[in-house]
Design a protein around this ligand. Structure first.
Ligand code: PGA
Length: 265
């Protein structure tokens, strides 16, 4: 089943809204002829409103980097899925490794990543909240270096996926995008080698098929993320089970990110 390529830039905590505005002014000109790829930018919350105006008539869409699971209330600093949908933000990342761990189940070492204690349970609640709000989730899964070295890559990913998907309705499952992001490859310059990235993305598709249906799994877009750059994007994106990328550092430079998007055409 042909799947439409999907490439998202995760800006993390980078760029003021005026820097973001400057970036998209350049970026849209570099990618405006690309019609065969879903192109998404995930800036900090502070830039979403301005970029939504900038991108109103463009082929570049917006995503948030996280959303809380409650609809409203006394949750200082949080943004709800409903607030994002009121701003017409179509996508949201959930369960990024920089948000998982430390106080949560994954016990990612303090020196690696994981600042916010996101757990499999909170990821699941957030996916359900996004589904209620009609926002497409980009669910991140991936193993730490210690988990890989212990030979636990597949079981870690299977557990993350099954916990995340628990109780999700059909519509949420049908639109879900999954990003395989090996923690040890994020922001390190170390890319997972292509055959292994393809193997794990194929494994994710199999777990999804077992949890839902083969048909749904065949239609799901599975991305690779972790030190994607212009020089390795084409090789990664040409794999059977890799439908695009979630790109951190290289998405901060408009020309680099445009090259990565072109590699998915
Ligand atoms: P990176 O980040 O491309 O800088 O490795 C990827 C991500 O964290 O989504």
């Amino acid at each position: 089943m042909p799947r439409r390529p999907f490439v998202a830039g995760n800006w993390k905590m980078n760029k003021t809204s005026s820097e973001a505005h400057q970036y998209v002014t350049e970026f849209v000109g570099l990618v405006n002829e690309i019609t065969s790829v879903d192109i998404v930018l995930c800036p900090p919350y502070t830039s979403l409103a301005r970029l939504n105006e900038d991108l109103a008539d463009e082929n570049v869409k917006l995503g948030a980097q996280d959303a809380f699971w409650e609809d409203s209330g006394a949750f200082t600093s949080c943004i709800s899925a409903g607030m994002l949908s009121a701003e017409k933000i179509p996508y949201c990342i959930v369960g990024h490794s920089e948000r998982r761990g430390r106080f949560g189940k994954l016990e990612i070492p303090e020196t690696t990543v994981g600042y916010f204690g996101e757990t499999d349970e909170s990821v699941n609640l957030k996916l359900k909240a996004l589904a209620r709000a009609g926002i497409t989730a980009i669910l991140c899964v991936g193993e730490t270096l210690a988990e890989r070295e212990a030979g636990n890559t597949d079981s870690v990913i299977e557990n993350q996926l099954n916990a995340a998907l628990d109780g999700l309705g059909d519509d949420a499952l049908k639109s879900l995008i999954i990003a395989y992001e090996p923690v040890w490859a994020i922001g390190t310059g170390k890319t997972c080698d292509t055959p292994e990235a393809e193997r794990v993305c194929g494994f994710i598709r199999q777990v999804l098929a077992d949890a839902t249906s083969p048909h749904l799994a065949m239609g799901c877009r599975i991305l690779y993320g972790g030190s994607v750059k212009p020089s390795n994007a084409q090789d990664l994106f040409s794999q059977e089970n890799i439908d695009g990328g979630l790109v951190g550092g290289a998405s901060l430079i408009a020309t680099d990110f445009a090259e990565i998007v072109k590699a998915a055409v």
